[in-house]
Design a protein around this ligand. Structure first.
Ligand SMILES: Cc1cc2nc3c(=O)[nH]c(=O)nc-3n(C[C@H](O)[C@H](O)[C@H](O)COP(=O)(O)O)c2cc1C
Length: 266
């Protein structure tokens, strides 16, 4: 009987197995891509609703879609504080625009020098994607994406402001790699609850005044409405959160737009 265990047969079997496996893996990757994109979009929508205090416990994907439909998705020129047509950045639909992809495109973003970059983002997209909720012509909520560097990672999240474009309705980060139990406590619901009702701006409308206070906010602090307890054992992440919020609420972020919004100019 001829020997079946030759080197060439072994190589052919190994090669055939590799081809079959790679076809299976790539087919699965291609077929699962739409489901992945749908789930990612759903996750972003649920984070927007969570920041806005509109995510019910146990909400189904259909509930999330329904609630999210109440928001208008708008693109915003950060320098002028005016809305822009999605087609000006090459999109039919505002929802399809990705401001984080735009941040890595030199034609759609601006390089930040170190003195103008307290959030450590290096490049800022020229156009942001924001979410507006109005009822009977009255602004109810505006949800703004924010991001910036903590200790180990860039934190990505949303801040929701009430109709006065100043009072915080909620804040949440949906992506970061800070240490669980230390910087990762940015996800702790009790810590996040502290933000509800705080205000971004004081007397100077364009100047954000958010501070995270190490050791806890003094109840008699006259500026308590802009203050939140820093995360214990995570001063560096806390500083990152303070910096990124003040950056995005400042003149290079949303301040121009929010001022126009308060004055009814947009
Ligand atoms: C393994 C390890 C992980 C850490 N992770 C964080 C973190 O995610 N965020 C943070 O601010 N500090 C983190 N720290 C602590 C910082 O090095 C630093 O000590 C801390 O921010 C100081 O905060 P405190 O003044 O409140 O103690 C970590 C330290 C170690 C050893």
């Amino acid at each position: 009987m001829a020997n079946k265990e030759t080197v060439s047969r072994t190589l052919i079997v190994a090669l055939a197995l590799c081809i079959v496996c790679s076809v299976v893996v790539s087919t699965a990757a291609v077929m699962l891509k739409p489901a992945q994109v749908t789930n990612q979009n759903l996750d972003i929508k649920s984070n927007i609703l969570a920041a806005a205090g509109m995510l019910e416990a146990g909400a189904t994907p259909a509930d999330i879609e329904e609630q999210f439909q109440r928001f208008e998705v708008r693109l915003l020129d950060l320098d002028t504080g005016e809305y822009v047509d999605p087609q000006s950045v090459g999109f039919e639909d505002a929802m399809k625009y990705d401001m984080y992809k735009a941040a890595s495109d030199p034609a759609l973003s601006t390089v930040l020098g170190s003195s103008e970059d307290p959030a450590g983002i290096k490049r800022r997209p020229n156009v942001a994607k924001i979410f507006i909720l109005t009822e009977n012509g009255e602004l109810q909520r505006v949800v703004l994406p924010v991001h910036g560097y903590g200790l180990w990672s860039t934190l990505y999240g949303f801040v929701s402001l009430e109709g006065d474009a100043n009072t915080i309705e909620g804040l949440g980060f949906y992506s970061h790699a800070e240490t669980p139990g230390l910087g990762g406590e940015v996800d702790n619901p009790r810590w996040k609850q502290q933000w509800v009702g705080k205000t971004v701006y004081g007397d100077q409308a364009g100047q954000p005044e958010i501070r995270l206070v190490k050791g806890g906010v003094d109840p008699n602090d006259p500026n308590g409405e802009h203050r939140v307890d820093a995360l214990s054992g995570a001063t560096l992440t806390s500083r990152g959160v303070e910096n990124l919020l003040n950056y995005w609420m400042g003149e290079n972020g949303y301040a121009t737009f929010l001022q126009k919004l308060r004055q009814g100019e947009v």
